[in-house]
Design a protein around this ligand. Sequence first.
Ligand SMILES: Cc1ncc(COP(=O)(O)O)c(C=O)c1O
Length: 469
Amino acid sequence: MSASPSKLNPIAQSLNEKLEEAAPEVLAMLSEYGRRLYFPKGIISQTAEAKQKAHRFNATIGIATEEGGPMSLPSVANQIGDVPVADAITYAPPAGRPGLRGLWREKLVAENPSLGDKTFSQPIVTSAITHGLSLAGELFLDPGDVMLLPDKLWGNYRLTFEVHHGARIETFPFYVALDSSNSNSNSNSNSNGARGARGARGARGMDTEAFAARLGELGRERDKLVVLLNFPNNPTGYMPTPEEGEALVAALEYQAEQGTKLVVICDDAYFGLFYHLGSASMTESLFGKLTGRHPNLLAIKLDGATKELFVWGLRCGFITFGPGRSETAEVVCEALDAKTRGAIRGGVSNVPQLSQTLVERALRSPDLTAEREAKCETLRIRAERVFEVANQPKFAESWSVYPFNSGYFMLVKIDGVDAEKLRVHLLDEHGVGLIATSATDIRVAFSCLEAEDVEPLFESLHQAIQELR
Ligand SMILES: Cc1ncc(COP(=O)(O)O)c(C=O)c1O
């Protein structure tokens, strides 16, 4: 006996009808689960109504109260400094604290000039970016759906999208070929001017042509494609140049025009950490450029306080939608907001209140910008040191450096030694921990290296390679 799909709830039905009318393309992008999702008129919405109107007794809330506030234990409440207990230990709304959502939106507009007066959703709070990725998968991926990502990717995407959602990840080469036969070429651009950012020893920037070609191939074969672009990138530490950014946007717009429904997820985890090594990189998210671009293109921005505010374990991130049709974007945002709240409510219920309060209060702090700039400068100095050291001619026989200019990481391509063997040898014999991301590539997280440790680290890497040869 085959299981029958659960009947569509009337609220889900109504959300889908709104989408059908406002942007049928977006309805077509949704997964089966995404179509079934809705935010119930249940405890949460009844509680919200009671909060407004129940002036005598409000016996709706699923917490314990006394003397007009949440019941709390001094052993807990005494730990939280001047944060009011109600802003620390009570439940946050499924979409997050309204104040935090508003402040994060203001930050997006301030940091992404391309968003200008475009219509995009209020950011919804997620349990950091990993949860945002999972939500995007729940909303837009059915088993067997195809995703396009660069071949240099954060390994956890495989757990989220392949193992959890049953999607198929296809890749394109991230960089214009980085090999010794290329290293004498002085060419820094191609016919569409898309390749900039000369890196070390002839290595060039992002292969936007390969992206466009793979997008075209995969788009021709199916109605819907989910594209995930992560900039600054993990593991490479690369942020595209403005020209490369334009080329990526142009390729996506062209494919949308061909009729492929494109869900484009921008994983902006390392946003803001731009060091412009080698040449100037973009300093805004592709999300701003993709929002309002084409009806067949839905942009999704995933970002968070985790890296941007250096609060990894607070688990505070955001998912923001940028519809393609500006005329009906508000309706689409409302429907997607309700569906996302439903997914959060049915998944993790809500994101910790205390984390959200801390981030909200930090965003209100007049010192935050200067504090972030100071930390970014510390990381920039380390990145610059790595750029100098790793590219020294004496190391050329051991590795090539992939272009990098941003974020936490850089990647080297090891010559003649298996990267995993090298990793283990470095650990066992040199006490150095690095990450092998493929058979040839080793990732260095300079985010956790003091500037003076950079040279000894690369010396050890070089020595270890020589020992293994
Ligand atoms: C590219 C990328 N996306 C997302 C994440 C996860 O971020 P969060 O801690 O906010 O879940 C990471 C963290 O390593 C990452 O490198």
